[in-house]
Design a protein around this ligand. Structure first.
Ligand code: TYD
Length: 139
């Protein structure tokens, strides 16, 4: 999965079921809303101001990143071009293909970053060194 481009990543918009009295609900379902089956969910929260997270890439993992609360920016880098997305709507998600270096920055106070992932946690799927990532993209 080394040949992917940042242009392969996109914002998906899910339906929002609204009730004036009860608020909103958004549903993400395997095989229906996203192009992979969710094997793992994790979330980032209580992120101190000015901190960044997730400076790494994955070899095979697909992910959907949602700002469940608040806002943050996701910077994508495929070794050739960089794209930046601001996530600030709980009914939108950034669909990420493998082979993209990504960093999460500018977390607003109280924000929650919800990540739905296609695989269980596997350290060998991570590329945590940027030079190693560039070599991976050249394979
Ligand atoms: P890490 O991926 O380094 O966080 P980030 O890149 O967002 O800064 O993960 C932080 C710690 O959490 C690390 O010790 C591994 C652990 N972890 C798990 O045990 N399971 C998981 O699914 C994830 C995402 C992380």
């Amino acid at each position: 999965m080394s040949k992917t481009s940042a242009f392969d990543c996109s914002i998906l918009e899910f339906s929002k079921h609204h009730s004036d009295s009860k608020g909103n609900i958004t549903v993400v379902e395997n095989s229906y809303s996203i192009p992979f089956d969710i094997k793992r969910v994790y979330y980032l929260y209580d992120i101190p101001g000015g901190e960044s997270r997730g400076a790494h890439a994955h070899k095979e993992l697909q992910q959907l990143i949602v700002a469940a609360s608040g806002s943050f920016d996701v910077i994508l880098d495929d070794g050739n071009i960089r794209r930046s997305f601001t996530l600030n709507r709980p009914y939108q998600g950034l669909l990420m293909v493998p082979g993209i270096w990504r960093e999460l920055v500018n977390f607003s106070s109280g924000s929650v970053c919800l990540v739905m992932a296609s695989m269980e946690y596997l350290e060998s799927d991570y590329i945590r060194d940027y030079d190693e990532f560039i070599k991976f993209k050249a394979l």
